[in-house]
Design a protein around this ligand. Structure first.
Ligand code: PHE
Length: 456
């Protein structure tokens, strides 16, 4: 793609931070994080997650922004612009495929959120824990309904990107996100005052390292950190390409990571205290359905809970849409920039491919037995998808990005971008060492040990 002079620019640093936060904040924070904490055994997982975010992910996030701003292109072109004629553009290619992979299960869960706006408004799930649990079970097993919701969500995402209303949606969502934040705070306050909440808080905050016997917990924390920050597939390269040279990449990255992490942690303060107030609650038992079984119960304990619940799921759906848009945009921008497809053809083709891949995920929570319990694997297809893309594909994308910056473009090259116009950037040498040594070693070790544990 020729770098046209009319490439958009963010309206200053705040515009950039808010747009990137719109991509980062989504189901990853409010659905993915509590689900992974529940699978990973509680507080120890939370600690590992925080280390992954700030020690591994933020340094790589800075790499992606720097590549984007220097390359001035979507991911594939950006690598090529910095190292023309090399094969590094393949890292961008991996991101394109990963975008489709993640979107394929993301729209299924976003579809659940869409349905729960209605269910919460009319109180369809009932108000006893048993009723709510069996309601989710029946709902998730309903094949036509799940296919319908998945396709509607995907079509909305595609229509927003095609219809040129993307800016409008993102502006609306940005205005609504403080409301989502406020609701989360209120829900957390309500949750921690429920009977049984203390057990939930202990589970969430008191690490029990004796449970950390499995390397897969580290892998899950790493994958969740990449997923939540929209990192490792080039989304942030694209966003960085619109950032003006006057803005500091370092402080933007820290703000975005802090915001994203705060929202995820807050979701945990809602789900675990509320969950443990339900007798016999086992956070690892419900899999991807966790929040849909706990939240309606919490809403049922609130005055005006139906309105509250419907508003909450509506805001969550908006947050999911802005993330889904950023997922779809990576493969679409690639086909337009590098293969000169029309926007329409690119959106329709990628959407159709995503829809096909989404079908088995949509049917994997009870609708089709073999997809609900994959033979030999003992997990559902949706969880398999999120494991492949979040836990492997994103960290591998991040690893290659760190290697590219550390050894190919080299730290000095990247620093010339990061320190441009005297931008604020603390500890540049330390950052360089982390990118060259800590990130690659940590990611390689975690992934290799995980693979070893899986095959043995
Ligand atoms: N970060 C988004 C979320 O938490 C998901 C996402 C991942 C978006 C990767 C873009 C790229 O919901």
């Amino acid at each position: 793609m020729a770098v046209s002079s009319d490439r958009g620019m963010w309206s200053g640093r705040l515009g950039f931070i808010l747009a990137t936060a719109g991509s980062a904040v989504g189901l990853g924070n409010i659905w993915g994080f509590p689900t992974q904490v529940g699978q990973g055994g509680g507080a120890a997982f939370v600690l590992i997650y925080l280390v992954c975010v700030f020690l591994i992910c933020v340094p790589i996030q800075i790499c992606e922004f720097a590549i984007g701003r220097r390359g001035q292109r979507a991911p594939v072109g950006a690598f090529d612009a910095i190292r023309p004629g090399s094969r590094w553009w393949l890292v961008g290619g991996l991101g394109v495929i990963t975008g489709v992979g993640i979107l394929s299960f993301y729209v299924v869960v976003a579809g659940w959120t869409l349905a729960y706006i209605w269910f919460a408004a009319v109180g369809a799930a009932g108000d006893t824990p048993k009723a709510i649990e069996s309601f989710f079970g029946r709902f998730a097993a309903n094949a036509p309904l799940n296919l319908f919701l998945t396709i509607v969500t995907l079509a909305m995402t595609a229509a927003i990107i095609l219809g040129g209303v993307r800016n409008g949606i993102e502006r609306a969502s940005r205005a609504l996100m403080p409301l989502l934040f406020g609701l989360l705070v209120l829900l957390a306050i309500r949750a921690v005052t429920l009977p049984g909440a203390a057990d939930g808080l202990a589970y969430y905050l008191k690490p029990d390292f004796s449970r950390l016997t499995n390397i897969r917990v580290f892998n899950a924390a790493l994958g969740q950190a990449f997923f939540s920050l929209s990192l490792g597939m080039g989304t942030l390269i694209t966003y960085g390409s619109y950032l003006s040279k006057r803005e500091s990449i370092g402080s933007s990255a820290l703000w975005i990571a802090a915001l994203d992490t705060t929202i995820a942690l807050l979701a945990g303060f809602v789900i675990f205290p509320a969950g443990f107030s339900i007798p016999g609650f086992d956070p690892s038992a419900s899999g991807p359905g966790l929040i849909f079984q706990v939240l309606p119960r919490l809403f049922a304990t609130l005055p005006g809970g139906q309105l509250f619940g419907a508003t909450f799921f509506l805001l969550l759906f908006m947050a999911a849409l802005t993330s889904a848009i950023s997922l779809l945009e990576v493969p679409v921008a690639h086909l337009i920039d590098e293969h000169r497809w029309s926007r329409r053809k690119a959106v329709l083709t990628i959407t159709a491919a995503t829809a096909l891949l989404a079908v088995p995920s949509a049917l994997s929570n009870g609708a089709v037995g073999a997809l609900t319990q994959l033979p030999g694997l003992g997990l559902d297809f949706l969880t398999l998808m999120s494991t492949i893309w979040n836990n492997f594909s994103l960290p591998i994308g991040g690893l290659l990005t760190a290697i590219f910056v550390g050894y190919i473009w080299r730290v000095e090259g990247a620093l010339s971008e990061l320190l441009a116009e005297h931008a604020w950037f603390p500890y540049p040498r330390l950052w360089g060492r982390i990118v060259r040594y800590v990130c690659p070693v940590a990611i390689v070790v975690i992934i290799l040990f995980t693979i070893r544990a899986l095959v043995s």
